[in-house]
Design a binder for this molecule. Structure first.
Ligand SMILES: [Zn+2]
Length: 191
């Protein structure tokens, strides 16, 4: 009888089966021992290390020929969750544009003091058409806050705000005019 000297670490049946299958695949079936009378199947892991398998992402790389409006909103929202500050800055970043963009049927531009500006969201919205009012399909959603306290570059306050409060409304606690807060995400433009 062969004597094996190792400690036995119980694992779940599924973990055991997975390791056993991989060892067989790799030609290490001799590492699976026992299984006779009164001798449970044991895997001798001597010389074998384990590490977490790299996740396989079978969807990538893939170029999509088309996406839905919801998928576009979800991607923008995902970017906003990952980096709300950068995404807010991107949304705010508009550059002067010419009359051809102004006249484009679906790309959204903003007018300020007789000049026209276009931004990232205006171009993305151009992909999805316009509603009866001429609005694009995707809107950025920002929190509304009371500017009572300035912490670093970020305006923060604990003053309770009504859920439907808008920028410029008065804070119910201190009367300050409410300001735009953090980017919350993106959604379909309310009709
Ligand atoms: Zn306030």
């Amino acid at each position: 009888m062969t004597t094996h000297t190792f400690s036995v670490l119980p694992v779940t049946q599924s973990a055991f089966d997975e390791i056993k299958a991989k060892l067989n695949e790799a030609g290490y079936d001799h590492a699976v021992i026992g299984g006779g009378k009164g001798s449970p199947i044991t895997i001798d892991m001597s010389g074998i290390g384990l590490e977490v398998e790299k996740e396989i992402e079978p969807e990538f790389p893939t170029i999509k020929e088309s996406i839905t409006l919801d998928e576009a909103i979800e991607l923008l929202s995902e970017a906003g969750r990952l980096d709300p500050i950068a995404m807010a800055a991107l949304i705010d970043n508009r550059v002067g544009c010419n009359e051809f963009l102004v006249d484009h049927p679906t790309i959204q531009v903003v007018e300020d003091d007789g000049k026209y500006y276009v931004g990232l969201l205006g171009v993305i919205n151009g992909l999805f058409g316009i509603d009866e009012k001429g609005n694009g399909a995707i809107a950025a959603v920002f929190d509304v806050e009371c500017p009572a306290e300035l912490k670093g570059d970020i305006l923060q306050s604990n003053h309770a705000i009504q859920p439907d409060a808008r920028i410029g409304d008065e804070c119910p606690t201190c009367g300050n005019k409410l300001v735009r807060g953090m980017l919350i995400g993106f959604r379909r433009t309310p009709s």
